[in-house]
Design a protein around this ligand. Structure first.
Ligand code: ASP
Length: 341
């Protein structure tokens, strides 16, 4: 049997940097020379091909146009490879990986995002383990099929469902958390998969890549002291197509009439409003408190236990697909690719 063939795509970020020992500065590293810098990769039981963004970017510069570029790279190479590993800056990795989970319908091969807190050329780097194990995970096959058939994010010994993750730490190697979904796999002395958590794909459906994303989105974080004027200014943006509210606790906001009124007016214009919690774990349950009952009554959509990152990608995707306003709530409240419980 031939060895699994993995496509390693470098988009940018700390992981691909190396220290110039003369000047001490970090610089982008030439990915064509990957094997030269990480000879351990030769020991992996798979064949690796690399491809890099023309101009690698810090992930803070990431935007939906680049998500489409990435989706197109995967589309173009889908049949020739058994798995994909994307090297991406950690800052917005959860956003890109979440969006990808919606854009790549019927994905049945592993697409593993990884990065690092320290550059690959740093002595104490976390990049090597993250990279090597991600490639290993992407290469695991069972009964001739890839073990992972979804978008994952591997960081510091854990493989997560990508659309359940959030970056929670800018200092620790354990930079990501997935509080509402257990890890898909954990790497210790052995690589142990949690079979009951992995998405199972039935049949062989053709990959369908969705490239139309609606970006007229407002993401508004509630805070004690938010001015009525600030909110009405934001909601008066003429191109707004969807609103995501980051609310308190289990989906609560002030029940002062101005807020309910402003949201109700926007919903009447057929602009969907989704409620996600600011907490990293737990779920929105509208109606549990008096401070969320009014939201339910005016037709606010529940993001349930989705992360903000997943809710944003899902909204761009569903609006981009042209889902009718009357059906939008039902579509949004139904899980598509494991992003909500
Ligand atoms: N600023 C970097 C980025 O997100 C940080 C990292 O790579 O972890 O591209």
């Amino acid at each position: 049997m031939s060895k699994p063939h993995i496509l390693l795509i470098y988009t940018g970020g700390t992981i691909g940097m190396i220290k110039d020992f003369k000047t001490g500065a970090l610089k982008n590293f030439n990915f064509d020379e990957l094997l030269k810098h990480i000879p351990e990769l030769r020991l992996l039981d798979c064949q690796i091909t690399t491809q890099s963004f023309k101009t690698p970017i810090d992930s803070s510069n990431m935007k939906p146009e680049y998500w489409v570029t990435l989706a197109e790279i995967i589309e173009k190479n889908y049949h020739d490879f058994d798995g994909f590993v994307v090297l991406h800056g950690s800052d917005t990795m959860s956003y890109t990986a979440s969006a990808m989970s919606f854009m790549l319908e019927n994905l049945s091969k592993p697409l593993i995002f990884t990065g690092s807190q320290l550059p690959i050329g740093d002595l104490r780097t976390d990049a090597k383990e993250n990279l090597i194990t991600s490639i290993q995970i992407a290469a695991v096959q069972e009964k001739g099929k890839p073990k992972v058939q979804e978008v994952g994010l591997y960081f510091e010994y854990k493989l997560y469902r990508a659309n359940r993750t959030t970056k929670i730490n800018a200092e620790h190697f354990e930079a990501f958390a997935s509080l509402n979904c257990p890890p898909l796999a954990e790497s210790g002395v052995h690589l142990v998969f949690n079979d009951h958590v992995l998405l199972k794909k039935k049949g062989q459906k053709k990959l369908k890549v969705h490239k139309n994303l609606e970006t007229g989105i407002l993401l508004i974080k509630m805070f004690p002291g938010l001015h009525k004027e600030t909110l009405s200014h934001l909601l008066s943006w003429k191109d707004v197509k969807g609103v995501i509210l980051e609310t308190f606790g289990s989906g609560n906001v002030t029940n002062e009439p101005w807020l309910t009124h402003a949201l109700s007016e926007i919903i009447k214009k057929n602009i969907p409003v989704v409620n996600v919690t600011q907490c990293s774990g737990g779920s929105v349950t509208m109606g549990l408190y008096e401070t969320s009952t009014q939201l339910k009554e005016i037709g606010v959509i529940s993001g349930k236990d989705s992360t903000t990152e997943a809710a944003l990608g899902k909204m761009m995707f569903l609006l981009g697909k042209g889902i009718k306003p009357s059906l939008f709530k039902a579509h949004f409240e139904t899980p598509i690719c494991g992003e909500m419980t």
